[in-house]
Design a protein. Structure first.
Length: 199
């Protein structure tokens, strides 16, 4: 689920509510997309999830595991991604403060780093956009797929560099004066300001 979310730019509930019934095959492009009705999106607008190569591989590996839900555990759909499995995994990889939503932010940051224009990023991430469409031509869908694939590993297995700047620790800093009042800096969650990893 993590790999899917960081490549498809989905929110927690979008991933957990993903069912096979919402998959739309696109044989002309040898892929498929998922349709999310507005009742399942934060923006309250219908959304299409474009699958880059990595997200499509994740989906293909999930086929046949559950008849309804794309992502399931012990024969049932999932309520949320932030469960004991998620928490154990983030501890194991040394990212104990990583939030599920950071995966979506990382996808957006990677798209930006790869030069994907703002309007296309909004479409790919399901943000409110000036482009509202329920019909894509083959050319439009091909273009979005090409943009989404910019964050995938190339033929050599390398991914575009992404450098995440995190604020330095603020512990032990002296108090600063701001005019007549004194300002005390507080420690921040580094993942809230820049994303989880260097990819």
């Amino acid at each position: 689920m993590d790999l899917f979310s960081v490549n498809a730019g989905c929110r927690d509930q979008e991933v957990c509510n993903l069912v096979w019934q919402l998959e739309i095959p696109v044989p002309q492009l040898d892929t498929s997309v998922f349709f999310l009705p507005k009742e399942l999106t934060k923006s309250k607008r219908d959304r299409y999830i474009i699958l880059n190569k990595v997200a499509k591989e994740v989906i293909d590996r999930r086929r046949g595991i559950h008849p309804d839900f794309v992502f399931s555990f012990q024969g049932r759909g999932l309520y949320q991604m932030n469960n004991s499995g998620w928490q154990a995994t983030r501890e194991k990889v040394g990212l104990p403060n990583l939030r599920v939503h950071d995966l979506k932010h990382t996808c957006g940051t990677r798209l930006n780093s790869a030069g994907v224009p703002l309007e296309a990023r909004k479409q790919l991430l399901g943000h409110k956009s000036n482009v509202i469409t329920s019909h894509y031509s083959t050319g439009e869908l091909t273009h979005l797929l090409e943009l989404e694939n910019k964050i995938c590993p190339d033929e050599k297995g390398e991914v575009p560099d992404l450098i995440i700047l995190r604020p330095p620790p603020l512990e032990g800093l002296r108090k600063f004066h701001e005019g007549k009042k004194r300002v005390t800096l507080k420690q921040r969650n580094p993942f809230k300001y820049g994303g989880p990893t260097r990819t």
